[in-house]
Design a protein around this ligand. Sequence first.
Ligand code: SF4
Ligand code: SF4
Ligand code: SF4
Length: 391
Amino acid sequence: MRELADAAKQTKAWACYDCGKCTATCPISRVGGDYTPRRHVLATNLGQRKELVENGSLNSCLTCSLCDQRCPAEVAYTTLVQKLREITHVDGKEPECPHGGALQSMMRVMAKGGTKQNRMEWLTDDLRTESKTGEALYWTGCTMYYDAFFPEFKISTLEGTRAAVRLMNRVNVTPVVSPEERCCGHDLLWNGDREHFELLAKHNVKLVADSGAKTLVTSCAECLRTWKIDYAPFFESAPPRILHITEFLSDYLSALEFKANGKRKVVFQDPCRLGRHLGIYDPPRRALSALPGIELVEMRRSGPGAVCCAGGTWSNCDRFAKKIQVERLREARATGAEVLATACPKCQVHFRCTMQDPNLAGEIEIKMSDVAQLVVDSLSQGIKSERDGSE
Ligand code: SF4
Ligand code: SF4
Ligand code: SF4
């Protein structure tokens, strides 16, 4: 009871006046799912732990934060879900997701330590990196595991990872890429497993502190949120500057030289962690707009109102999640774009999965690419400062 009262206090759930705007906004209820966030808010305020545990629908929330924006009482529902999953973790229902269990087991193995990882083979000979110390660190996240885990989707999230390191090299930054990195624990935290999340947080924060890096760059929107918000209490000294690769690029766009690579329409999918969780909307758009031949178009629901890939946290994947993904892909295709650009490897995994449906493929298939990969594809040789001495 005390825990629920604390959660209500920390998220302002107590201020809820039962208007139902959250339910009306929620992408799950909009595609016909029986999901009512306000019921969880009410149960929290009434101290109904049993209702929260037995109902089981807590796992359905995408934690996309769309409802947070619409709530007139400023209830932080997404944060409330994180706390409620943690409170009910011991006796709550297991998430129902076809892939979540296996991936989260892998994360727990990493959290316990003692097993040797082989996470560096993706580095190609042309990429310059350091393994221990340096001014900047590139945080890879788990992309190497996704590519191995989902061969049937024919994705290469690692291409985006390599592209990011290539871009850092191009502007004369040799980042640390550590063989000792472990999963950031984002999905464990959002599925209520604080114990293993904290083990990962402590390991990773120490690793980065020991590297001496003053800047940490990542291509994963979920890792970025974790580093910026959820790891904050674990730093014993000042944290490094933490940037998404598209933010890092913003400082260098005017120095890089691009070549036209044919004319293409590109549409951008705002990852919920990058957009609504962290307020980062412009940097990926700035990078795409800087590329000659690319016309950036927008979906009807974009920026703060964007609908997410419906798979973040690997907590739930049911017919409503699929419906959200199908609608989103139709929306992307309706823009006339040939490429759906993303700034989070997980968006690629979930959307590519949905595109495998043989009954729908013709209607929803669209080429996907990480923003960093599109930037690399448009690079000319050299950077301006190398050629003419200007900055
Ligand atoms: S939108 Fe906010 S105030 Fe309205 S029911 Fe939902 S949580 Fe309560
Ligand atoms: S966070 Fe997203 S999925 Fe969860 S209740 Fe709010 S709008 Fe619905
Ligand atoms: S969308 Fe596909 S990859 Fe993502 S959780 Fe569902 S089944 Fe797994």
